[in-house]
Design a protein around this ligand. Structure first.
Ligand code: GLC
Length: 552
């Protein structure tokens, strides 16, 4: 059976083939000139996104937070942090996005709160065994006087996953000390998060990206774990006792029902670093979430065999549960793909890059990044673009340790460089201070310094310039929409030879050919190049290495 016959995807919901643009509010656009992006900044740049042709935006957290993990430490799920504006700014941004036909997805962080959340502050002053402590995962320690942590779990950000409080008990935090894990065995936690969902649904959001969606339920008895702790579990690894436990699915079955009470095809997308694909697609069974990020595709790197495998596997597993596949190359937690692709091994997945590490070949990485974008954007399903992907932005690979903010950098004593390099504020204007991150020339410096190379990547240097990365994305999105590629199917063509670095599929009348190999690839005689990843992609009817084309 061909993949085309094997998929049973439905297309009556907007998200099934949507192109969703991730906004990292801290770094998108700074309207109030304080060096930090904000919701008014997002609003001001909606016309740019509309012109680019995205269907939806997903906003990383903008809620009240001490910002110990850049807002993924939420102190109040129903309030906007003054850093980003107020609720009226959110409402205005939402209304304007909707008026342009752009849907809005917000981030929900249900695995943990901030230690500044009222609940955790109450838990700290409450006694062991109290209702306030039962909202989190407090335990007595082991050993004499309970001086040792309750188990051997390590934090994803490095160091112990337990912190001791004054009366001697310990609380669990899979991430930073300031991010205590909630106790999802407690019905009060369920009803509180349901109420948070309803709060934002009532305001009119179109969906939620669920943070650490595979993490909320922990195995009974919190057993020790013998392997390394990481967000990315290898497909041959056993399941750790704190990830991908069966119980998480009940939560999503319930949330599915909550969403279905609202009109307009509201959706949930899972951030679940779960392998293999068969386990991941359990999160998008018909009565659970609508989408899950396809990190398998992101992790494939620049390698035709790995990309083809991921595409096959994803379409097959998606087909089995009747869900659309999704595709993503970068986000706020990963080294940007055009930088990863410029490393000696373009399939590596470094946890940040510093000046002491191997530096990427920027030009090569960008060429491959553009080709990968064409590879992704002709695929059926839904595609995610991380802010700056459309500008071909590289990672900042030489940030000084003194400006780093990622808790992972500090918790590992700098061993893990962390995620700051992909979170650098967006360059809008090549010749302006801060590259126009704030339009006000008197603005405070951006919260993370931008590399000099950002001048040439700035949006104003690219919009309207035919050969630019921005125009490549804009044209690709326009063709994708026009030809309904998101609703199509994949059929490998006779050119498809992943072992030789060539990946080629047909979707409708369009053929994608990407050359991840080292030799030119002869294209079929008479094929017309509809879009090329760069002007020099084809010479003598042969597709050059590190390039891609859409043919008709
Ligand atoms: C998710 C977020 C990441 C955050 C972590 C803890 O992985 O994407 O940025 O640090 O969860 O909330």
């Amino acid at each position: 059976m061909s993949l085309a016959e094997n998929t049973r995807i439905q297309h009556d919901q907007w998200w099934a083939d949507a192109v969703i643009y991730q906004i990292y509010p801290r770094s998108f656009a700074d309207a109030d000139a304080n060096g930090m992006g904000d919701l008014q900044g997002v609003r001001s740049r909606l016309p740019y996104l509309s012109q680019l042709g995205v269907d939806a935006i997903w906003l990383s957290p903008f809620y009240l937070s001490p910002q110990a993990d850049a807002g993924y430490d939420v102190a109040d799920y129903r309030a906007v942090d003054p850093l980003f504006g107020g609720m009226k700014d959110f409402d205005a941004m939402l209304a304007e996005a909707h008026s342009m036909g752009i849907r809005v997805i917000v981030d929900l962080v249900p695995n943990h709160t901030s230690d500044q959340h009222e609940w955790f502050q109450d838990a700290l002053t409450a006694t062991p065994g109290s209702a306030a402590r039962e909202r989190y995962i407090f335990r007595d320690g082991k050993g004499p006087g309970g001086a040792l942590p309750p188990n051997n779990w390590q934090s994803i950000f490095g160091g112990n996953a337990w912190t001791r409080v004054q009366d001697g008990q310990w609380y669990l935090h899979l991430f930073d000390t300031s991010q205590p894990d909630l106790n999802w065995e407690n019905p009060e936690v369920h009803s509180e998060m349901e109420s948070v969902l309803r709060f934002w649904l009532d305001r009119g959001v179109d969906g939620f990206r669920i943070d650490v969606a595979h993490g909320m339920i922990k195995a009974d008895g919190l057993p020790d774990w013998h392997a390394k702790t990481s967000m990315v579990e290898g497909s041959d690894a056993e399941t750790p006792p704190y990830f991908d436990q069966e119980g998480v699915h009940e939560i999503y079955q319930h949330w599915n029902k909550v969403l279905s009470e609202y009109d307009g095809d509201r959706m949930l997308v899972a951030e679940a670093w779960v392998e293999p694909a068969e386990r991941l697609f359990r999160y998008v069974r018909p009565d659970e979430m609508q989408q899950a990020f396809n990190f398998g595709f992101l992790l494939a790197g620049w390698d035709a065999v790995r990309m083809a495998e991921s595409i096959n596997e994803s379409l097959e597993e998606a087909g089995k549960v009747g869900a659309p596949a999704t595709w993503v190359l970068s986000n706020h937690d990963t080294v940007r793909h055009s930088t990863r692709y410029g490393l000696t091994d373009p399939t590596t997945f470094p946890k940040g890059i510093s000046a002491e590490d191997e530096q990427p070949d920027e030009e090569l990485g960008l060429a491959r990044g553009r080709a990968a974008a064409l590879t992704m954007l002709a695929l059926p399903g839904s595609a995610y673009i991380y802010q700056g992907d459309e500008l071909g932005l590289p990672e900042h690979t030489t940030l000084d340790a003194s400006v780093r903010q990622d808790p992972a950098f500090f918790r590992t004593n700098g061993e893990e460089i962390g995620r700051d390099g992909c979170r650098v504020p967006i360059p809008w204007t090549g010749a302006a201070p801060g590259y126009g991150f704030a339009e006000n020339p008197e603005a405070a410096s951006p919260w993370l310094p931008q590399p000099d190379s950002f001048a040439k990547y700035a949006a104003d240097q690219q919009v309207g310039l035919d050969s630019s990365t921005y125009e490549l994305y804009r044209q690709a999105l326009s063709i994708r929409a026009e030809r309904k590629l998101g609703q199509g199917t994949v059929a490998w063509t006779s050119l498809h030879a992943p072992a030789d670095g060539v990946l080629s599929y047909r979707n409708g009348d369009l053929t994608l050919v990407v050359n991840a190999g080292t030799r030119p690839v002869r294209l079929p005689a008479g094929a017309e190049v509809l879009l090329a990843s760069q002007p020099d992609a084809v010479t003598d009817n042969a597709l050059q290495p590190n390039r891609a084309v859409w043919l008709v």
